[in-house]
Design a protein around this ligand. Structure first.
Ligand code: ZN
Length: 235
């Protein structure tokens, strides 16, 4: 197993004339090269295909994933911006006495506090809380990038996109998966930037990656994080 920047691959030399990459069912990366190929050329080839490889690996992983099984019990950890906070159910009477204005679910002093009466609909409470946080974060994070990219985002829709993190609609609309807010903020930013650049350049062309790299030079790292940890970002 060879290794290049965190990416492991198996090298297969044969009589073929050009280099090629395939991803096996188990996620193994196979790099097929001619007998006489030199390592520096092989590495250059892999580096050019890196984004493609990560995308394929992410797709494979998403298909095989089980996802965490949340039971919504006291003490269970829930993610927000890359950190896990324990859930604590709060007696309704006590809650209304202490903080009558508080929402049924809130992140408070390092805990997710959820009203006892919401136990049966805990998942929905979390989902709507996550959606609210995305709206807040987008307002803060987007201005860091939009002028530099040269794009105007007209609307962000927060949807359940299943295994996809985001998609880019027409007319300046970006669709974000509500699960994205469980990722660390720089990964959230990467998802946002990726879709913002898609508003200018719809395909993953060289121009696309150049635009992404201009505002986010370490974007490959974030894509890798998503590839490795994305399956955990769920309820
Ligand atoms: Zn894309």
């Amino acid at each position: 197993m060879e290794k290049m920047d965190c990416l492991e691959y198996r090298l297969k030399r044969s009589n073929r004339k050009s280099m090629g990459i395939s991803i096996e069912r188990d996620g193994a990366v196979i790099v097929k090269v001619p007998h006489q190929a030199e390592l520096k050329d092989i590495e250059k080839f892999i580096s050019e295909k890196k984004i493609w490889i990560y995308q394929k690996l992410a797709q494979k992983k998403a298909l095989n994933r089980e996802g965490p099984k949340r039971e919504f019990v006291n003490g269970q950890g829930f993610l927000y911006l890359g950190k896990s906070y324990r859930l604590k159910f709060i007696d309704d009477a006590l809650r209304s006495q202490k903080s009558p204005q508080a929402a049924p679910l809130r992140l408070w002093r390092g805990y997710f506090e959820l009203a006892e009466s919401e136990r049966a609909t805990a998942r929905e409470s979390f989902m709507s809380w996550y959606k609210k946080q995305i709206k807040k974060q987008v307002k803060v994070r987007m201005p860091r990038y939009d002028k530099r990219i040269g794009v105007t985002v007209k609307n962000i829709r927060i949807l359940d996109l299943g295994h996809r993190w985001a998609s880019c609609g027409r007319n300046g609309i970006i669709n974000l998966n509500w699960r994205t807010i469980m990722a660390p903020i720089w990964v959230f930013d990467y998802i946002l930037v990726h879709e913002m650049v898609h508003l200018i350049e719809r395909t993953h062309s060289d121009k696309f990656w150049r635009l992404v790299a201009r505002v986010m030079p370490d974007h490959e790292e974030h894509a890798l994080w998503l590839n490795e940890n994305g399956a955990d970002l769920d309820l």
